[in-house]
Design a protein around this ligand. Structure first.
Ligand SMILES: NC(=O)C1=CN([C@@H]2O[C@H](COP(=O)(O)OP(=O)(O)OC[C@H]3O[C@@H](n4cnc5c(N)ncnc54)[C@H](OP(=O)(O)O)[C@@H]3O)[C@@H](O)[C@H]2O)C=CC1
Ligand SMILES: O=C1O[C@H](COP(=O)(O)O)[C@@H](O)[C@H](O)[C@H]1O
Length: 500
């Protein structure tokens, strides 16, 4: 893998006038440019249908950088590397013009034929674009060619296979960068370091010492303007198939023999292969679904999911999922991994709680005053850090034990704002490091797991919908999912990194 500073490339963004490009890609590219991580020799071609001149496009890019609250005296210079091509991706003729434009910029900037094609468009176009890039010669380059593809990668296993077959006609597996933006989050990337660089945790990371692991990703927003997409997706496909399962894989994988892309990915794939398949009536024992009703958030009325724009008033789509995953291998046999995610919940928070088993005869145990188990909390967002919950002597007379917390917050240690997920992922792609992107086998296995749950849910209408109030912790059944195993969800609000 070459260092990016020695490289340069032409980045072609399909969907250049869209929300993702404006809110995430341009500000992230600018941050790389400002930090000197993007060489002077780069050029971007933005592609979308609406007619824009290069100057208008550059103005849009500058505005999106400024709207992201970025400052710097080189925004103008950065934007001057951006060019625009008005093009309908379904129109075969237009790719010839795009090819010529790419070749001109390649010569002008000395880009060595390196190309990154970023598909920031609706997924129905992914296959068509990839096939055209090949058939119209845009991938015939002397340098590298990489395809960055946004989610969702398919709607189920069958559609994912179909899409994969199309893009594999134009790009090899190691040229495909399937984005899962959770893999670009600083603290998600930290899971491996916490596990594999600490003598304190590595020996305990198994079913002898861990009683259960809880992964929560809760949101306060509803579906907003995305009702059309979300109706066909739901929380299971939108969050569980990708982000939640990816976090579980990082928590559960065996130590890779080396920190290389192939070794890390193959350990994650082995976790997906060990996931206990849940199907048919079993789904109701392992998974809970929810849908938010109408109510209030921060004192303001908010509509029920069924009253959101572009949503069926009788919709059976879940906006909340809680589940119990079992990983049937020697390390994890008997340890439940509980996951939950949902919209319109009480807090915007992503956290992982690793709950350790109680020690066999705790000398400080007192009836009616149970000691807290040791917890390792990984704060993914909005705060980033780690808290270790221990028991220590209560100050004063006597020998009572009390809970103490050792915390670190990323920002206070690294003295900087941590980079955005897209910034890290774009940089990785430019360096040719695909570790933090999903391999096809991970995608296929996770769809195969999720499909069995969605098949069951599609065959059984959930009569209790809507079953949770905005601002709440989700449906009651999610609490019972853990209670029947003798556990409870740790409240994300009580676990914040305080006093770091
Ligand atoms: N927005 C976000 O935060 C996130 C988005 N994603 C994914 O990123 C992708 C893009 O999402 P988003 O930016 O929100 O979508 P938008 O609807 O905001 O943007 C779509 C873009 O595609 C262009 N476009 C549409 N049809 C064509 C066509 N036939 N030919 C050429 N260009 C076309 C549009 O421009 P024009 O109308 O000018 O043609 C626009 O630039 C999706 O796959 C989405 O799932 C993933 C995670 C987060
Ligand atoms: O991929 C998605 O993620 C967001 C949540 O991302 P986060 O970084 O804000 O936690 C979610 O809102 C969206 O529905 C989903 O498509």
């Amino acid at each position: 893998m070459a260092k990016y500073k020695e490289q340069t490339s032409l980045i072609m963004i399909f969907g250049a006038t869209g929300d993702l490009a404006n809110r995430k890609l341009y500000p992230s590219l600018y941050r790389l440019f400002r930090k000197g991580l993007l060489s002077e020799r780069f050029a971007v071609i933005g592609v979308a249908r609406r007619p824009l001149t290069n100057e208008q496009f550059q103005e849009n890019v500058k505005n999106s950088v400024l709207e992201a609250k970025e400052t710097g005296n080189n925004i103008e210079e950065f934007a001057s590397h951006f060019y625009y091509h008005s093009h309908d991706v379904t129109d075969s003729g237009s790719y010839t013009v795009l090819k010529r434009m790419a070749e001109d910029l390649d010569n002008q900037y000395g880009l060595g034929g390196n190309r990154i094609f970023y598909l920031a468009m609706a997924p129905e176009f992914f296959g068509t674009i990839a096939l055209h890039l090949k058939s119209d010669g845009l991938t015939d380059v002397p340098g590298f060619k990489r395809l960055v593809i946004e989610k969702p990668f398919g709607h189920d296993l069958a559609s994912a296979v179909e899409l994969n077959e199309k893009i594999r006609k134009a790009f090899s597996e190691d040229e495909i960068y399937r984005i899962d933006h959770y893999l670009g989050k600083q603290m998600v990337q930290n899971i491996e370091v916490i596990r594999f660089a600490n003598a304190l945790f590595e020996p305990l990371w198994n079913n002898r010492y861990i009683s259960n692991i809880q992964v929560t990703s809760s949101e306060t927003l509803g579906v907003e303007e995305r009702g059309r997409y979300y109706e066909n997706s739901g929380a299971l496909r939108d969050m569980v198939q990708n982000h939640m399962l990816q976090m579980v894989a990082l928590l559960a994988m065996e130590p890779p023999i080396k920190l290389t892309t192939d070794e890390i990915r193959s350990e994650k794939i082995r976790v997906f292969r060990s996931l206990r398949e849940i199907e048919g009536d079993e789904v109701a024992k392992y998974f809970v679904r929810g849908q938010y009703g109408a109510g209030e958030m921060n004192g303001l009325p908010v509509p029920a999911y069924r009253d959101e724009p572009m949503v069926d008033p009788h919709s059976n789509t879940e906006t909340y999922v809680a589940g119990k995953l079992m990983i049937d291998n020697a390390r994890w046999a008997g340890v439940p991994f509980y996951i939950r995610t949902g919209k319109r919940l009480g807090a915007k928070s992503t956290k992982i709680v690793v709950q350790f088993k109680d020690i066999p005869m705790n000398l400080y145990y007192q009836p009616n005053k149970p000691l807290n188990p040791n917890l390792l909390v990984i704060h993914i967002q909005p705060e980033e850090g780690i808290t270790l919950h221990l028991n220590a002597k209560k100050a004063g007379q006597g020998m009572d034990a009390t809970e103490v917390k050792l915390s670190f917050a990323n920002t206070s240690v690294n003295e900087m704002n941590t980079p955005e997920a897209y910034e890290l992922l774009l940089y990785d792609c430019m360096r040719g490091d695909a570790t933090n992107f999903a391999h096809w086998d991970e995608v296929a296995l996770s769809w195969s797991f999720v499909d069995k749950i969605s098949d069951y849910w599609e065959s059984t209408k959930e009569e209790s919908f809507p079953n949770y109030a905005p601002g709440s912790r989700g449906p009651e059944a999610a609490e019972q999912l853990l209670e029947k195993d003798g556990f409870f969800w740790w409240r994300v609000r009580d676990l914040n990194v305080e006093n770091c």
